[in-house]
Design a protein around this ligand. Structure first.
Ligand SMILES: NC(=O)c1ccc[n+]([C@@H]2O[C@H](COP(=O)([O-])OP(=O)(O)OC[C@H]3O[C@@H](n4cnc5c(N)ncnc54)[C@H](OP(=O)(O)O)[C@@H]3O)[C@@H](O)[C@H]2O)c1
Length: 243
């Protein structure tokens, strides 16, 4: 089996085995350099993946119901979040944007077949009611978490109610860190690229003091794809429940 088939089969099995009744199955997937950088600097786009791993990313998009990024990634990369280098259906695009910084000319505002779902905090909508009308977006207000950001647990519960059973989280660093910290990651597929960047790191402080409490990947698989190395596996976080 090639890496595309291996990951397809593994994900299918994992989704069935680990599906919760309260939230979608969450796969974290991004490309990083050997030193863990996902960009040169925060807010700048950097194409790290080779052509073959880019195809894998698009395959992964096609086998998830939804794809999520933070507003930081929308502002820096202006992504489309569609399936273009693989054959398959586009996942539902979803953006976390507590303060409604979404630019009205972003490419996600004119998605080919799906209106982008944007999650913001209630207080922000109360302050800027006119912002609800950004063309091409479906904006949903949620209570903020303790930091005033979109509450991931509430957001995932709502996605589940709307029929999203699997969610691919593509980044950026703030979002990756927040999902790991909350113990809300079921699987990872990471593209490791053969370079040092010395830049903006994928994962920040997880606020975990004990080694046993660190998110662990088991089983842990790897395979070369072009010049890159693909690493994947299921994630368990001590104390976290699949809810
Ligand atoms: N190499 C890769 O695979 C890859 C993939 C994606 C992105 N990137 C890179 O990553 C960088 C962007 O990353 P970033 O860290 O600046 O931004 P980000 O993670 O894309 O977005 C972070 C923002 O999302 C909003 N947010 C709302 N609710 C949140 C929550 N519960 N937890 C976390 N964030 C929440 C926050 O802004 P508000 O408080 O305003 O809501 C936060 O600042 C860019 O340089 C991009 O090119 C690389």
């Amino acid at each position: 089996m090639n890496v595309h088939e291996q990951i397809d089969h593994w994900l299918m099995r994992s989704k069935t085995a680990l599906q919760s009744v309260a939230r979608p199955f969450v796969t974290l997937s991004y490309a990083q350099s050997l030193d863990g950088s996902i960009a040169l600097r925060a807010g700048e786009a950097l194409a790290l993946s080779g052509a073959e791993s880019l195809r894998l990313t698009h395959q992964l998009r096609s086998i998830h119901d939804g794809i999520l990024v933070g507003i930081g990634t929308v502002l820096s990369d202006d992504p489309q979040l569609t399936v273009r280098h693989w054959q398959g259906v586009n996942p539902q695009p979803i953006v976390l944007d507590s303060h409604l910084r979404f630019p009205s000319n972003a490419r996600l505002c004119c998605h080919s077949d799906k209106r982008c779902w944007v999650f913001t905090t209630k207080s922000e909508l109360e302050n800027n009611p006119h912002e609800v009308l950004i063309d091409g977006l479906d904006i949903t207000e949620l209570e903020g978490d303790a930091d005033g950001r979109v509450c991931l647990h509430r957001m995932l519960g709502l996605l589940y109610e709307r029929g999203i059973r699997s969610l691919m989280v593509e980044g950026g660093a703030n979002v990756i860190t927040a999902f790991l910290k909350a113990g809300l990651v079921d699987a990872v597929v990471i593209t490791l690229t053969p370079n040092f960047v010395g830049g903006y790191k994928a994962v920040d402080d997880l606020d975990i003091a004990e080694r046993h409490a660190l998110p662990k990947i088991a089983p842990f698989f790897s395979q070369r794809l072009g010049d890159d190395l693909i690493l994947w596996g299921n994630v368990t976080t001590a104390g976290a429940t699949n809810e």
